[in-house]
Each structure stands twice: as C-alpha cells, then as structure tokens.
Design a protein around this ligand. Structure first.
Ligand SMILES: [Zn+2]
Length: 194
C-alpha cells in the first residue's frame, strides 16, 4: 500500500502509475492524476479563448509564418518569438489590463522574449515605434503640442518641433499646418494633432 499525496488515501501500488524514468510509482494515485489532467485541459481550453492566448498565437505567427500578412514587419526583420509555451508567455506578461491594451515589445527592434514584452495602449506603442523620430520630440519645448505626421511612405512621426521637422524634410511649415485643418497633403505629408 501507498498513500496518495493528493487525496491522502492508502491505495495498492497498482493504483499508481510508474514513472517512465525511474520506474517508481508517482506520488499521486491514478484517479488523482486523471482528475488533474481533466482540470488542466479544461483550464487550457478556457484559456484558448482569452485575449492573452490570442496575443500569444498572433505574435508567434507574425514571427514564424512567412505566409502571414505581417511577417515582413516581424519574422523577416529578424524579430523572434522566443517563448516555448503559453504558460511561459503568460507568466511574463500577466493578465491584459482593462481598456485598449495590446501586446507590445519594449524594445521595438527586440524579440518577443522575457523582459521585452508588456501590455500597452496604442498611444504608448506609438511613442515606442522604431520610426518615432525622437529628435523632434526632444528639445526644449516638451510641453508643446504633439503632431502626428504621416510620411508619403506611410511611416508616422510624432513631432513637437514642426520647424525642425520641416527643415529636415524640405517642407513648408505653413503648408503642413494647413494640412491639419483641411486634411490636404503637403508634398505627400499629412499632419494631425495627437
Ligand atoms: Zn489520490
């Protein structure tokens, strides 16, 4: 006889599975093992419908599947998905906060890996984009209004210093300001308040 450490009942050894490595019986009886397996599966199935699991799968696919629409921005750029399991991913990231949060990488050129993922709002993510032109946001007028300027290529810059930005890209500041009011493009650039 052997006591199951889960249900604490004394049971014959035949009621315990043997470990494949050592050949010794498990500490939980067969019944407890089955029960625990069922609970785990139910939990996993419930988890599969959560935003956390969705984020896990989507990110993995963006990095690993060349047929995915977003692969060119991820896998093709060398961004790797380094979590081996959902559990590992979830342990790092935690539950998605209420609100408009989605998965983000802290270093935008870094991998999906421990230390580099978080939940962030769209605004937080935009501030963190690799095409975010930091020089325009820096400078001495940090309290100035922020503009979102879309380049002809589709890249978006967050800009506080419009004069600097226009000098660099050969644009006319007044015309770019007009774009904010009218929605017209100035040399393919459009601007709006954030
Ligand atoms: Zn048991």
């Amino acid at each position: 006889m052997k006591a199951c450490t889960k249900c604490t009942k004394d049971k014959p050894l035949a009621e315990f599975y043997k470990r494949s490595d050592t050949g010794k019986p498990h500490s939980w009886c067969k019944k407890c093992k089955h029960q625990s397996g069922k609970e785990w599966n139910a939990k996993a199935q419930g988890m599969a419908r959560t935003p956390e699991y969705r984020a896990y799968i989507d990110a993995k696919v963006r990095c690993d599947n060349p047929n995915d629409q977003k692969y060119s921005w991820y896998g093709a750029r060398g961004i790797e998905f380094k979590f081996d399991s959902f559990n590992e991913f979830y342990a790092e990231l935690g539950e998605r906060p209420k609100g408009n949060y989605s998965l983000d990488r802290i270093d935008n050129d870094g991998n999906y890996e421990v230390g580099n993922i978080r939940w962030a709002t769209k605004t937080e993510q935009m501030l963190n984009r690799r095409d975010y032109d930091k020089p325009w946001l820096a400078g001495n007028n940090f309290n100035a209004k922020t503009y979102e300027i879309k380049h002809p290529s589709g890249v978006v810059s967050l800009v506080k210093n419009m004069a600097d930005f226009c000098r660099r890209y050969g644009l006319d500041k007044a015309n770019l300001h007009t774009s904010i009011k009218t929605g017209w493009k100035h040399r393919g650039y459009s601007a709006q308040h954030v």
